[in-house]
Ligand binder design. Sequence first.
Ligand code: ATP
Ligand code: MG
Length: 214
Amino acid sequence: MSDFRLQPANTLIVGMTGSGKTTFVNQYLLNDEVVACRFLFDDLNRMWPRLRLTPCYTLKDLEASLGTRWSVFQPMRAFGGDTKAAFRWWCQWVFHCATRGPGKKLVVVPELWRHCTEDSIPQELALLAQAGRELNVELVLDTQRPEALNPSITGQSTELVCFRLMSHEALRAVEKLWRDCGVVCTRERVASLPLGSFLAWNRLSGGSLSGRVF
Ligand SMILES: Nc1ncnc2c1ncn2[C@@H]1O[C@H](COP(=O)(O)OP(=O)(O)OP(=O)(O)O)[C@@H](O)[C@H]1O
Ligand SMILES: [Mg+2]
């Protein structure tokens, strides 16, 4: 029988703006100590100030950050406003890093809706999503738009963490995600979650829990 604990846990965090997603991700990153390296794409400067990290602006910075186990990429200086090119380049670099050694690599992409839609996903990100088992890569993704998720992401997600959602499209999309997880939960319950509170399901174990980050 397979040991589910050995499965890479791709984590998908959904919730409206201000609901607690980034706070959850930060706590998750700080709690998981057995990690070869954490990779963060932070073009919006949402994470590194809160985590008190120094962002990397160049390939040289990125390579040097590996030894600290915290690698945050701020692409503005190297790529200007071309976030798309920056993101693809970074995914490729992370993939390459993941092939270099053993140990868990946590790959964090905030606001995933900016990089993929239901119909399209950068190939480099799809590769990372599929790399889990072989390269020990775990994705930690958050989005306020669960209706704009690509099947290569939802198909690979083992943990679904749901903060408050309000829009009709988002609630409908998240309802479909639960159904796929075999979970029964009403839209009303998600729409009435207090900010900072979440419901989470593990797709592999079938386990669920509720909690709060603030
Ligand atoms: N160091 C901090 N910097 C900014 N906000 C913080 C910080 N610590 C706690 N917060 C609070 O966290 C709440 C927002 O939570 P969080 O940033 O986790 O939400 P989010 O779901 O990621 O929202 P967004 O869509 O804006 O990214 C705000 O009420 C904010 O005041
Ligand atoms: Mg956020």
